[in-house]
Design a protein around this ligand. Structure first.
Ligand code: ZN
Length: 270
């Protein structure tokens, strides 16, 4: 969790840079193995990853889809093997180096999972699904996933509350995004832009809390997405979904996407 003030610059510095204190041990444990299933079993055997991770207790690992190769967007879209996701789910990471990447920082991986589940839970009143399955992808896909469902709804609700229009709040949001982007343009589709977008939203949420704003859902907004449980309540009384969401990023991982089927987390290569 991120206590007190959010340090957006520090978050940017951790962008996909997790701690991997047990990398040497993990490399020793896999030895010369080339089969990822055998490497994963060896890491379990050495206690580098929790035993439960080997039995697929709601956790899977993304492997590029063989049928479409995760290729062009159009090929992926109509692929029946992966149902347009570009990847399929295996019970172990798809390469030996992906096994090492996760085992080397297993404690952080477990924290990231817990925070991602908390974020999804806090985003659920705003239209985010809460799937049981969690999928890790090691290495970046071609394109970062879309904004996690619920964040856009929050931004729309903040706009209809007048928070987005308030200059001070917007300045806060801009400062947060700028701390992440540095000299880069605001518009973009990179992982860094995704983080900047969440930091912007987090700053506005905090502004809404600080100014005593209540959740107001204007006509024309997709009101079906907002649970009646949060309408008219003070933002300050509602659990802040951005604390756990940015917590995932502060550990050097990213919550890429949440669908009805799965919560997709990204870890960088070893
Ligand atoms: Zn496919």
């Amino acid at each position: 969790m991120i206590p007190g003030e959010l340090d957006y610059g520090a978050l940017a510095a951790r962008l996909l840079r997790p701690d991997r204190p047990r990398r040497a041990e993990a490399l020793t444990a896999v030895g010369g193995r080339t089969d990822p299933a055998a490497a994963w079993a060896a890491l379990v055997g050495e206690g580098l990853i929790p035993r439960g991770w080997a039995v697929g207790d709601g956790r899977g690992f993304a492997s590029p889809c063989n049928a479409c190769g995760g290729g062009s967007a159009e090929r992926v879209m109509f692929c029946e093997s992966c149902r347009g996701r570009a990847w399929v789910v295996l019970p172990y990471p798809p390469t030996v180096s992906a096994c090492v990447a996760l085992a080397a920082g297993a404690e952080g991986v477990a924290w990231a999972e817990a925070l991602a589940r908390a974020a999804v839970h806090e985003l659920s009143p705003w239209g985010c699904p809460t799937p049981a399955q969690l999928v890790w992808q090691v290495g970046e896909g071609a394109v970062p996933g879309p904004e996690v469902l619920g964040v856009g709804t929050i931004m729309a609700a903040l706009a209809s509350t007048g928070v987005v229009a308030s200059m001070d709040a917007e300045d806060e949001g801009d400062r947060a995004a700028r701390a992440v982007l540095g000299d880069q343009a605001f518009e973009g589709a990179s992982r860094r832009h995704q983080l900047a977008n969440y930091c912007y939203a987090a700053a506005l949420w905090r502004a809404a809390c600080a100014t005593g704003a209540r959740v107001h859902v204007a006509e024309g907004l997709d009101t079906d997405l907002v649970s009646p449980a949060v309408v008219s309540r003070l933002y300050a009384e509602i659990p802040d979904p951005f604390a756990p969401l940015l917590g995932v990023w502060s550990l050097g991982y990213a919550l890429d996407d949440v669908t009805a089927d799965a919560l997709l987390l990204v870890a960088p290569e070893a």
